[in-house]
Write a protein of this length. Structure first.
Length: 228
């Protein structure tokens, strides 16, 4: 039953993304100043929203692990971080493609771009830390502490365009203070793509949690066999 639900959610997410892609490519006009390349923002922004949400949930699960010492929270945290890291890469790559067309360069050390890269490195370090520690309890404890503190980098990335007004565009969405400069039809598709990506994220996290649980069980049996 659970597998059928995951399959169903995955199919809905895929169809939703295809529908959004159709609207993005054929239903919306080119942006007045940016032309056709602005369409990449419909995946760039939702990817960042998705990874930030995944990191927030991972931080919450890490707090719960330190409180209750239940490894299921650690399993959720690492699964959410893995999926969030993938969407962080999507956000970085799509941003670089946009920058190459609009700015004429692939990368600049703008504060928001720099902190976005730092955020990716911090969470990639979280995943590396887990590979370096063998004991499950110690690994979960150290990972939880790092995951909680790592979220500070997410907050700095999110607020960077408010704190440092440099090359990166300012807020354009209506929920941000000083935002609301984007056409409502375009903004609606950004939120719909975010919802579709979050549905896909839920499927991927559920799959990774099952894999992580199986891996922990196999690791436990291997330790038991070695002890014998």
């Amino acid at each position: 039953m659970r597998e059928k639900i995951l399959y169903g959610m995955g199919i809905v997410a895929g169809l939703w993304l295809l529908r959004n892609l159709y609207v993005i490519l054929l239903g919306l006009p080119d942006e007045a100043l940016q032309g056709a390349i602005y369409r990449i923002l419909f995946f760039h922004l939702p990817s960042w929203f998705t990874c930030f949400t995944a990191y927030f949930l991972a931080g919450g699960a890490s707090i719960l692990y330190l409180w209750k010492k239940d490894l299921k929270y650690d399993t959720f945290a690492v699964s959410a971080v893995e999926v969030g890291t993938v969407f962080t890469m999507v956000g970085l790559v799509t941003g670089m493609i946009w920058a190459r067309i609009i700015w004429g360069i692939w990368w600049t050390w703008d504060p928001r771009l720099t902190w976005a890269l730092i955020t990716y490195i911090v969470y990639a370090s979280y995943l590396m830390l887990r590979r370096a520690v063998d004991d499950p309890t110690t690994r979960a404890r150290h990972s939880a502490v790092l995951c909680i503190f790592a979220f500070a980098s997410v907050m700095i990335t999110y607020k960077a365009i408010d704190w440092w007004r440099t090359q990166h565009p300012g807020a354009v969405l209506s929920f941000r203070t000083g935002g609301g400069t984007m056409d409502p039809r375009m903004e609606s598709i950004i939120y719909q793509n975010w919802a579709a990506l979050m549905l896909l994220t839920a499927v991927l996290v559920a799959i990774r949690m099952r894999q992580e649980t199986m891996s922990r069980e196999i690791e436990g049996m291997r330790r038991f066999a070695h002890a014998i």
